[in-house]
Design a protein. Structure first.
Lengths: 248, 264
C-alpha cells in the first residue's frame, strides 16, 4: 500500500514541478476549444444543433485527459532511458504494485489536467446543467484517465525507445480522439464510421461526460460507465502483464 | 570464510548469442571482489542475473543462501546496487530519492529518517538534501546512489563501474569510503571497473571474464605471477588479448549512449 502511495506521490510531484509541461500540454485542448468552439459555433447553431460550446467542452476535457494519460503511461520509456526504472525493478516489491502506483499517479495528473480545461471551458462560456454535476464528473474523468494511463503503460512496456512515440501519437492517440465523437454528434453517422466510433473507448468517455454535464447522452450513462469500467480492467490486466515482462 | 555469492555453471543466452557461458565462482563474506573483463565480456549480464533482473538460461545462483529466481524478494533485500548509469529521479530531491527507496524496501518511517540523515552525513550531502537531483554533478549523484544502496543495510553491495566519468578526487574519495564500509560494516562488495589500478588497490579477489567465461581468478598478486607481468593492467591484457572489442549493442543501449552524449 505504501509502495503504491509513494509512486503515486512521485508522479504528482514531478507534474507539479514541471511548469513548462503543465502549460504546454494545455495548448492543444485550448486551441480546440477556442478555434472549434467559436469557429464552428455559428454553423452548428444554424444546422439546428444548438450551442456548440456546450457540446464541445466535454469532448475537449476528454482530449486533455486522453493526451496526458497516455503520455503519463508512456513516461516509463523516459524512466527506462534515465535509469530510474531499474531502481524500482530491483526493489523487493511486486511489479503489479509498481504498475498500480504509477498508473494511479498518472491518472490523477490527467484528471487534474481535465479539471483545468473544465475551468477554462467555463470561462469560454460552457455551462453544465447543474453545478453539482462536477461531483459526478470527477469520478468519470478519473475512470477515463486510468483507462488511458494503463493503455500508455502497456504500449510503453513493449517499446524500447522514443522512436515509436510519434507512431503512437499519430496512429493511436490522434485516431482515438478524432473518432470518439468529441467533435461531432453520433447521430446519423454512416455505418462504417459508426462501427469505428463504437470500438473507440474514448467514445464512451465523451458520451458519459456529456451525460453527466448536460443530462443528455447518446448511448446512456449506465452503459457508458459499464463499458469504460470493463475496458479499464482489461487494460490494467494487459498493461501489468506487459509491464511485468519488461527487462532492463 | 563462507561464500555469500555462489554461481554454478551459470549460462545466459540471447537467442543464439551466449553472453555468459558456464560461469562458476564464489564470493566470500566480507571481501571486495572485482569482476573484470573487456566490453561485451558478460559482466553486466552476470550482474543482472545476480540481482534478479535476468534469469539464467541454465545453472544456479545463490545470494546469501537464496535463489534469485525462486526467492526474488529475499535476494532483493540482501543487496544494494549502484548501476553503471545513473538511476536517480532527476525531478526529485536527494532526500526524496532516499525516502522513496526506503519505502520501497519497507523500512519503517522513524528508522528510515534516522538512517537517511546518517547516510547523507556520511556521503557529505546533508547540506544539499533538498536540492533537486538534476542540479547535482555526476560525482554527487554517485555518492547519493551509494548512500541509497546502503539504506536498507544490504549484505552485498554491487558497484557496476561506479567511477566512470568521475575526477580522480571523487574516485579516491569513493573508494576510500567503500573500503571503510567493507572494513567497519563487513559489507561484501562486488565491483566491476575498467580502471585496473582501482581493482588492484581495493580488491581482495579478482575474477576475469571474457567471452562469457571466467578465465582467471585470484588475488592481484597471483594474477601477475601467473601471467609473469608487472601490473594488473598488463596481466589483464595478457589474459584477454590486445584487440579492441566491439560491444554488441541493442537499440536501447545505442539510444542511451546518444542521450548521454547529448547531456554532456
Amino acid at each position: 500500500m505504501n509502495v503504491i502511495y509513494v509512486l503515486w506521490l512521485r508522479q504528482l510531484k514531478r507534474y507539479l514541478r514541471s511548469r513548462a509541461r503543465l502549460i504546454g500540454s494545455l495548448g492543444q485542448p485550448l486551441l480546440f476549444l477556442f478555434a472549434f468552439g467559436f469557429g464552428f459555433g455559428p454553423m452548428y447553431a444554424k444546422a439546428g444543433g444548438g450551442n456548440y460550446m456546450q457540446f464541445l467542452a466535454p469532448g475537449v476535457i476528454c482530449m486533455a485527459i486522453l493526451f496526458t494519460a497516455v503520455f503519463m503511461g508512456i513516461e516509463i520509456i523516459w524512466d527506462r532511458q534515465f535509469g530510474f526504472l531499474k531502481e524500482t525493478l530491483v526493489a523487493p516489491v511486486s511489479r503489479m504494485n509498481i504498475m498500480l502506483g504509477r498508473t494511479l499517479g498518472g491518472a490523477t495528473v490527467a484528471t487534474i489536467q481535465g479539471v483545468i480545461v473544465f475551468l477554462i471551458a467555463l470561462l469560454a462560456g460552457f455551462r453544465p446543467e447543474y453545478w453539482y454535476s462536477v461531483v459526478f464528473a470527477l469520478p468519470v474523468m478519473f475512470l477515463i484517465a486510468v483507462l488511458f494511463t494503463a493503455f500508455g503503460t502497456g504500449v510503453a512496456s513493449v517499446m524500447s525507445d522514443f522512436h515509436g512515440f510519434q507512431l503512437v501519437m499519430n496512429f493511436l492517440v490522434m485516431p482515438l480522439f478524432f473518432l470518439s465523437g468529441a467533435l461531432f454528434p453520433l447521430n446519423d453517422l454512416s455505418k462504417v464510421i459508426n462501427a469505428i466510433v463504437r470500438i473507440d473507448p474514448l467514445t464512451y468517455g465523451v458520451d458519459a461526460l456529456r451525460g453527466v454535464f448536460l443530462g443528455t447522452s447518446h448511448l446512456g450513462l449506465g452503459p457508458d460507465i459499464l463499458v469504460l469500467s470493463l475496458v479499464t480492467v482489461l487494460f490494467l490486466i494487459i498493461g501489468s502483464h506487459l509491464f511485468s515482462k519488461i527487462e532492463v | 570464510m563462507t561464500a555469500i555469492i555462489r554461481a554454478d555453471g551459470v549460462t545466459r543466452k540471447f537467442r543464439d548469442f551466449t553472453a555468459v557461458d558456464h560461469a562458476s565462482f564464489t564470493v566470500e563474506h566480507g571481501e571486495i571482489f572485482a569482476f573484470l573483463g573487456p566490453n561485451g565480456a558478460g559482466k553486466t549480464t552476470t550482474i543482472k542475473m545476480l540481482t534478479t533482473l535476468l534469469h539464467p538460461t541454465s545453472g544456479t545462483i545463490e545470494i546469501d543462501g537464496h535463489n534469485p529466481v525462486t526467492e526474488q524478494n529475499e535476494v532483493r533485500k540482501s543487496f544494494g546496487i549502484v548501476f553503471q548509469d545513473p538511476s536517480v529521479d532527476d525531478e526529485l530531491t536527494a532526500y526524496e530519492n532516499m525516502e522513496l527507496h526506503g519505502v520501497l524496501y519497507g523500512i519503517p518511517r522513524k528508522l528510515r529518517r534516522d538512517r537517511i540523515d546518517q547516510l547523507l552525513e556520511i556521503v557529505e550531502l546533508s547540506d544539499r538534501r533538498n536540492s533537486l537531483m538534476k542540479e547535482f554533478s555526476g560525482g554527487m549523484k554517485r555518492r547519493l546512489e551509494i548512500a541509497r544502496g546502503l539504506l536498507h543495510h544490504p549484505k552485498v553491495l554491487f558497484l557496476d563501474e561506479p567511477t566512470i566519468g568521475l575526477d580522480p578526487q571523487t574516485r579516491n574519495h569513493l573508494w576510500a569510503y567503500v573500503q571503510k564500509l567493507n572494513k567497519e560494516e563487513g559489507i561484501t562488495v562486488f565491483l566491476t571497473t575498467h580502471y585496473m589500478e582501482e581493482a588492484d588497490r581495493v580488491a581482495n579477489t579478482i575474477a576475469v571474464i571474457d567471452h562469457g567465461r571466467i578465465i582467471e581468478r585470484g588475488t592481484s598478486q597471483e594474477l601477475k605471477e601467473r601471467t609473469k607481468t608487472a601490473s594488473l593492467e598488463e596481466a589483464f591484457l595478457a589474459l584477454t588479448g590486445h584487440e579492441i572489442r566491439e560491444e554488441q549493442l541493442d537499440a536501447h543501449d545505442q539510444f542511451r549512449n546518444r542521450m548521454r552524449q547529448k547531456r554532456r
